[in-house]
Design a binder for this molecule. Structure first.
Ligand SMILES: *Cc1c(COP(=O)(O)O)cnc(C)c1O
Length: 489
C-alpha cells in the first residue's frame, strides 16, 4: 500500500498510485513499508525474472499476466542484448551501462515497462483515455514517446525546454511517429516546464474538464511510482554481476555513483539499500546546477540561483522532484515537516531541514559536483587511460567519484551508473577526447564511431533523414491552453 509524503493520502493500492501519478493536492506516493529483498535468492536468475519478483513484491494488486507482460520488454530486440544492463569495466571501476534500450538512455529501463503498468492500472478507473503529460530535460521525452507509441487508450504530450536539449535529443523527439504523440517546445528551462506541468496536474478545474471528455491525467515522469519501481531492479542486477565477476565477495559492500538530476535514479538505489542490498555509500553527482551538493553541505535546499545550461542537459535541474521522497524517509516519515519544507520551496524557493534529517542524509549519501571543464577532462583522461568512452552525464559521476576517493580514502569497489550512450552527446564527447570541435553534431556521430571503434546505437542512426514534425512553441503559462486546444477541453 502507498501513502503520500505530505500526509494527505494513505492506504492506496499500487494501481491507484500509478494511475494518479502524483497525489492530487500535492505530495508523492511512497510505499508504506519497504520490504526486504534478498539478493542471494536472485542468483542465477535472468534480468526478467529478477524484475518480475521485484514488481510482485511491490504490486500485489496486479494480475500476474500483466506483470509477466511488463517485464517481457527486457529482451533482445527491444534492448541490444538479453542482458539489458551489463556491468563493464573502466580501469578498476565498474560501469553499469543502462543505455542499451531503444532511445540510448537509461530512461528506457523503466519507460518500456510503465505503459503496461499504467494501462492495467486504468482498467479499474471509469475513464476511456489517459492523457500523459511529461516534462523532459531531454531523455525522458523520447523514452516516453517510444514506450507509449500507439498504446491504446493513451495520449502522450511531451514538453521540453527549447534550446535546452542536445541536437540529437531534440531530433529524436521531433521525428517521433506515434499517432497519439504530441511534442511541444517550451520557452523556458526544465524547471519552468516541470513546475507548469505539475500545476496542471494539481488543478481541479483541468481535472474536471478532462473528466467531461472521459479522460484522466497521468505522468510518465519519475514522480510516478510506476516509473521509479522498475529502476530498483538494476541495482540488484549490478550487484549480482559484481559478485559473478569476482569484484566483491558475496555479501561484501560496494559503492554506487549516480549522475543525478530529478533524483529518481539514485532514489531507486536508496530503496535497494534499504531493502538489504549491500551498498555502502550512494554518491550523488551533480553538474554546475549543484543544488543537491549544497544541500548536503549545509542542510539548505536553495533553488534561488542562476540556472546553467550545461553539456549534461539531462541533469540541468534545480528542483529535484524525488528528493521529497528521500527527505520523507530521512525525516523519519514526518509528513508535517515535508509539508512545511515544500510550502517554503513553493513560496520562497528555499527550505532548511533540521540537524537530524541532515545527519541521516549524510550517513547514506555523499554529494559532489563537476564543472564543464572537469567533465571534458574526465572524458579525455578516461578514454586515453582506459579506452572507455563516457558520455558527459556519466563523466560527471566519474569525476565526482575521483574526488570522493581522494577525500575519504574509501577504495572499495565502486560502480559508476552510466545513464546515456556517448553518441547521444557526440559533439561534446568528441570535443572532450580530441580537444577539437566537430563539423556539426551529425558529423560527430560518425567521427566518434570512427575514432573509438564503438558502434552508433540503433536508435540514433538515420535521424537526419527522417521527417520532422512542425515545431510547436509555447510559454510555460500557455501549457494549459495548448492542451485545451489539442484535446478540445
Ligand atoms: C534523466 C537523466 C539523468 C538524471 O536522472 P534522474 O533520475 O533524473 O536523477 C542523468 N543522466 C541522463 C543521461 C539522464 O537521461
Amino acid at each position: 500500500m502507498y501513502e503520500s509524503t505530505r500526509g494527505n493520502a494513505s492506504g492506496y493500492t499500487g494501481k491507484r498510485a500509478i494511475a494518479l501519478g502524483m497525489v492530487p493536492g500535492g505530495g508523492l506516493f511512497v510505499p508504506m513499508e519497504i520490504p526486504r529483498f534478498d539478493w542471494e535468492e536472485l542468483k542465477g536468475k535472468t534480468y526478467r525474472e529478477l524484475a518480475l519478483r521485484l514488481l510482485r513484491l511491490f504490486l500485489p494488486d496486479f494480475e500476474s499476466e500483466v506483470l509477466d507482460r511488463a517485464v517481457g520488454v527486457y529482451r533482445k530486440g527491444v534492448f541490444d542484448n538479453m542482458n539489458p544492463a551489463p556491468l563493464k569495466e573502466a580501469g578498476a571501476d565498474g560501469v553499469l551501462e543502462l543505455w542499451h534500450g531503444p532511445t540510448a538512455a537509461f530512461k528506457d529501463m523503466a519507460l518500456q515497462v510503465l505503459p503496461h503498468l499504467l494501462t492495467a492500472s486504468l482498467s479499474d478507473e471509469p475513464h476511456r483515455e489517459v492523457l500523459i503529460l511529461t516534462a523532459t530535460s531531454g531523455d525522458t521525452g523520447k523514452a516516453a514517446l517510444e514506450g507509449f507509441c500507439n498504446v491504446d487508450g493513451t495520449q502522450i504530450v511531451v514538453f521540453y525546454p527549447h534550446g535546452g536539449v542536445s541536437a540529437v535529443q531534440e531530433r529524436q523527439m521531433t521525428t517521433t511517429e506515434g499517432q497519439n504523440a504530441h511534442v511541444i517546445a517550451v520557452e523556458g528551462n526544465f524547471d519552468e516546464c516541470q513546475t507548469a506541468v505539475k500545476k496542471i496536474f494539481s488543478s481541479d478545474s483541468m481535472r474536471r474538464r478532462l473528466q467531461e471528455k472521459n479522460m484522466t491525467f497521468s505522468s510518465a515522469n519519475s514522480i510516478n511510482w510506476g516509473r521509479l519501481l522498475p529502476q530498483i531492479a538494476y541495482y540488484y542486477w549490478a550487484y549480482l554481476q559484481a559478485v559473478e565477476q569476482g569484484k566483491v565477495k558475496p555479501g561484501e559492500t560496494l559503492n554506487v555513483v549516480v549522475p543525478t538530476g530529478n533524483f529518481g535514479n539514485i532514489l531507486a538505489g536508496y530503496y535497494a539499500k534499504e531493502m538489504g542490498l549491500p551498498i555502502a555509500r550512494l554518491i550523488c553527482a551533480s553538474n554546475k546546477n549543484k543544488v543537491l551538493t549544497d544541500f548536503f553541505a549545509t542542510g539548505v535546499y536553495d533553488s534561488q540561483r542562476p540556472f546553467y545550461l550545461t553539456i549534461s542537459p539531462s541533469m540541468d535541474i534545480l528542483i529535484s522532484s524525488n528528493f521529497e521522497r528521500f527527505l520523507y524517509e530521512m525525516s523519519g516519515r514526518d509528513a508535517e515537516k515535508i509539508q512545511a519544507w515544500y510550502n517554503d520551496l513553493a513560496t520562497k524557493g528555499v527550505f532548511q531541514v533540521d540537524a537530524q534529517t541532515l545527519e541521516r542524509s549524510r550517513d547514506i549519501m555523499y554529494a559532489g559536483w563537476a564543472d564543464e571543464d572537469e567533465v571534458l577532462k574526465e572524458i579525455q583522461e578516461r578514454y586515453a587511460q582506459q579506452g572507455y568512452v563516457f558520455d558527459p552525464h556519466t563523466a560527471v559521476a566519474a569525476k565526482v567519484y575521483g574526488d570522493y576517493r581522494r577525500k575519504t580514502g574509501d577504495f572499495r569497489y565502486t560502480i559508476i551508473v552510466s545513464t546515456a550512450s556517448p553518441f547521444k552527446f557526440a559533439g561534446n564527447v568528441y570535443r572532450g577526447i580530441t580537444g577539437k570541435a566537430p563539423e556539426d553534431e551529425w558529423e560527430a556521430l560518425e567521427e566518434l564511431s570512427r575514432l573509438t571503434g564503438w558502434e552508433i546505437p540503433r536508435g540514433l542512426r538515420g535521424l537526419t533523414t527522417r521527417s520532422e514534425r512542425p515545431l510547436t512553441l509555447c510559454r510555460p503559462e500557455e501549457i494549459g491552453s495548448v492542451l485545451a486546444r489539442l484535446f478540445g477541453l
